[in-house]
Write a protein that binds this ligand. Structure first.
Ligand code: HEC
Length: 114
């Protein structure tokens, strides 16, 4: 008598594998803008003046030749008048070397020079 070993293989039906991922993980919304603030917290007027103005007005703003001194300009001109010269120029002084906030900061700084 042969002994039949019937290996009943169960199995096939049990592939209820875990592939049923219904919930696609929502990708974190890319906000895109990690706005890097380029705005400098503080304008350094002295740096600007050293870079743009001293070639004519002298290394210490003491003036030279036809270029008036700026180290005492606050005694002659108000903040607004200085700003006006910076923005619009005057005579041989070219305007627009410095603009916007920078110009305002420079004007305020120079207005203190007395
Ligand atoms: C190309 C040379 C030149 C440069 C650069 C220059 N200036 Fe002048 N600046 C002059 C001249 C020339 C005058 C005199 C204008 C006049 O005769 O009315 C003057 C006059 C001025 C005055 C008026 C002074 C006064 O006593 O009335 C101010 C303020 C001034 N400049 C600020 C600046 C500042 C701030 C900068 C830098 C951003 C600058 N200047 C760069 C040539 C220059």
């Amino acid at each position: 008598m042969n002994k039949k070993l019937l290996a009943v293989i169960l199995g096939a039906g049990l592939m209820l594998a875990a592939c049923g991922g219904g919930d696609e993980e929502a990708e974190p919304a890319d906000t895109g803008t990690t706005e890097t603030e380029t705005e400098t917290a503080t304008v350094d007027p002295e740096k600007i003046v050293n870079a743009k103005c001293t070639s004519c007005h002298g290394g210490n703003l003491e003036g030279q030749g036809n270029f008036p001194a700026l180290n005492d300009v606050g005694t002659r001109l108000s903040n607004d008048e200085i700003l006006n010269v910076i923005e619009n120029g005057r005579g041989a002084m070219p305007g627009g070397l410095v603009t916007g906030e920078d110009a305002e900061a420079v004007a305020a700084w120079l207005a203190e020079k007395k």
